[in-house]
Design a protein around this ligand. Structure first.
Ligand code: ADP
Ligand code: MG
Length: 256
């Protein structure tokens, strides 16, 4: 049965999409069956997995409006090694259209329940907001992976996310927990980053993943080739870090 994780942080540009597609590719590499759900109307996870968002016949939008199933809307990315439930600009409209519908925050949960035996991992790339789309993601997840840069304001933004997760946990999804904080775009030469990293570990203890993702230009270049960095340049430092992280996730899941 699939374990479902949201990759969330309400800040933009912190590495959510990079984490989603590279963790997915890393998990596929170590033999896991993976589905990536793109919940961001920007469709970056879709494009970054080698699926053209402009050519989607069915997308996560259709799934949220219950006009098709996950199995019907998903596409397989041969190169990336996993399935993708894609998104494009159409998804921005779902926010408004869902408002008047019943079970509006549970649409994705219901849809994924029908696909749970097809995958070991479902990774949901959330938009940079705490919106109805993100809420749909949090409602169906077993855990949240929070990518963060070790910068001064990182901890401040974290408290809003932690509060949202607590509320969803209390009201909508008792399974939900922060599975871990992932330090991304890390540069060990920068003193402040080391200090924030130490602070994170003292505040959050073993909720901080052991794996650390370095700042690595190959990870940033990969999306323009429609590939996760793990596939684009498997020998790069960034790719190695994400494959290590995938192994760490498999270990965590086995102890959940
Ligand atoms: P988000 O999905 O949170 O908005 P992205 O994953 O799109 O963030 O990352 C924001 C930018 O930072 C992108 O241009 C991406 O290529 C770049 N980036 C992300 N992680 C790394 C990394 N480890 N090293 C270098 N660049 C990175
Ligand atoms: Mg993104």
């Amino acid at each position: 049965m699939a374990k479902i994780f949201c990759v969330a942080n309400q800040k933009g540009g912190v590495g959510k999409t990079t984490t989603t597609v590279n963790l997915a590719a890393g998990l596929a590499k170590v033999g896991q069956r993976v589905l990536v759900v793109d919940l961001d109307p920007q469709g970056n996870a879709t494009m970054g997995s080698g699926i053209d968002k402009r050519q989607l016949e069915l997308s996560v939008y259709d799934v949220l409006l219950e006009s098709c199933s996950v199995a019907e809307a998903k596409q397989h990315s041969e190169k990336a090694g996993y399935d993708v439930l894609g998104a494009n600009r159409e998804l921005a409209g779902a926010e408004v259209e869902l408002v008047d519908l019943e079970r509006r925050e549970r649409r994705l949960k219901t849809a994924l329940a029908a696909a749970k035996d097809d995958y070991d991992f479902v990774l949901i790339d959330c938009p940079p907001s705490l919106s109805m789309l993100t809420l749909n993601g949090l409602c169906c997840a077993h855990g949240v992976v929070v990518p963060m840069q070790c910068e001064y304001f990182a901890l401040e933004g974290l408290s809003d996310l932690v509060n949202t997760i607590k509320q969803v946990h209390a009201n909508l999804n008792p399974d939900l927990q922060i599975i871990g904080l992932l330090r991304v775009m890390f540069d060990p030469r920068i003193t402040l980053q080391n200090q924030v990293s130490d602070q994170l570990k003292s505040h959050f203890g073993d909720k901080v993943f052991d794996s650390v993702i370095p700042r690595n230009v190959r990870l940033a270049e990969a999306p323009s080739y429609g590939l996760p960095g793990v596939v684009f340049d498997p020998s790069s430092k960034g790719a190695h870090a994400f494959v290590d992280f995938a192994r760490e996730m498999v270990r965590r899941v086995n102890t959940m």
